[in-house]
Design a protein around this ligand. Sequence first.
Ligand code: CTP
Length: 399
Amino acid sequence: MRGKSILLIVGGGIAAYKAAELIRLVKKAGGDVTCVLTSGGAHFITEMTLAALSENKVYTSLWDLKDEVEMGHIQLSRQADLIVVAPATADLLAKMNAGMADDLATTLLLATDKPVLAAPAMNVRMWTHPATRRNVEQLRRDGIRILNPDEGEMACGEYGPGRLPEPQALLEAIRVHFGNDGERLAGRHIIVTAGPTHEPIDPVRVIANRSSGKQGFAIAEALAALGARVSLVAGPVALDTPAGVTRTNVGTAAEMGQAIVQALPADAAVMVAAVADWRVEAAPQKIKKQGKVSALTLIENPDLLAGLAASPDRPRLLVGFAAETEDVIEHARSKLQRKGCDWIIANDVSGDVMGGDSNEVHLITDKGVESWDKLSKREVARRLAGRVADELLGVPGPL
Ligand code: CTP
């Protein structure tokens, strides 16, 4: 944020008061803020407040000739690294979508080639109205970043989505824009499990599966790259430990369970490991071919994810994976319910996913299903890590 200039357009809504706190936070983070106050916005917050907090002149009118000579509306956007519209009213969004330019704010928004981040705030029915939906969709397609409003009690007495996110969340969204990614998860601890588990049959034989550990290792790496302290609990795989990650090697599901408990407490856990569902009573000596064993008696392993979900030390965000070969989304959804986690990443492992370098996944949350294109496992990891950071930091998505 240091050295970055933000042009903050304050629209006309009761949430305009949050702009004051946002200015303070941006400045504290080292950024510079110049405000444009719409005539609607001026009904809710004064020019004086914005000027005092930003320590910059506040611009209100397109027809202020002195400004046109000194700076001009083009100049105003030229010196900004990012334009933030907060609160973005339904009217402002409609004008932005229509390409209207009938005051300083809309003229600036039409004339700029700088990135724009808009944080809408309005009555819930205005937000859900098909006209606003259309405007938001089109603006997102045009490359404007529009945050989702918060849900809650509204000034008008109604309840639902439409509240301006809190200033801290707006600051996080701005940080994401400037890509100070390396600090986003600083101070957070995240546990990642990866790879298969091996359940011994005797000292030389095991029950195993085809998990390569690549996806889990990539996730550990991506979370560490965002500054998180990552404890990687890895089953038997031949992969290097990613930079900045603390690794504990385990063999069996039981050992994996113990390593997880030892790593707690954590802010989040991403359980990627393909934990063996069954084990057997391992023979102390190598079972000879001529021996009497003709069948193995399988004993069910404890479910580590479900166990963690039910434990008093449950991390705030618990992410599971679901390896499926049919009815992928349906099965994954029921796993989310059954295991009590917050998100589940479903992938179809009927192809060459296990051991391969790419993955096609669906992110399933209580809000719905998001299907990602086929991506490299590293890119899946990078996106998921970003989403974990958004969730832990309260950034209103999608960005
Ligand atoms: N998992 C776990 N402990 C187990 C089995 C699975 O923690 N004993 C976790 C995995 O790490 C993964 C999720 O549960 O995050 C789903 O794993 P998956 O193998 O897809 O599901 P299963 O519970 O084994 O269900 P099924 O075999 O019926 O598909």
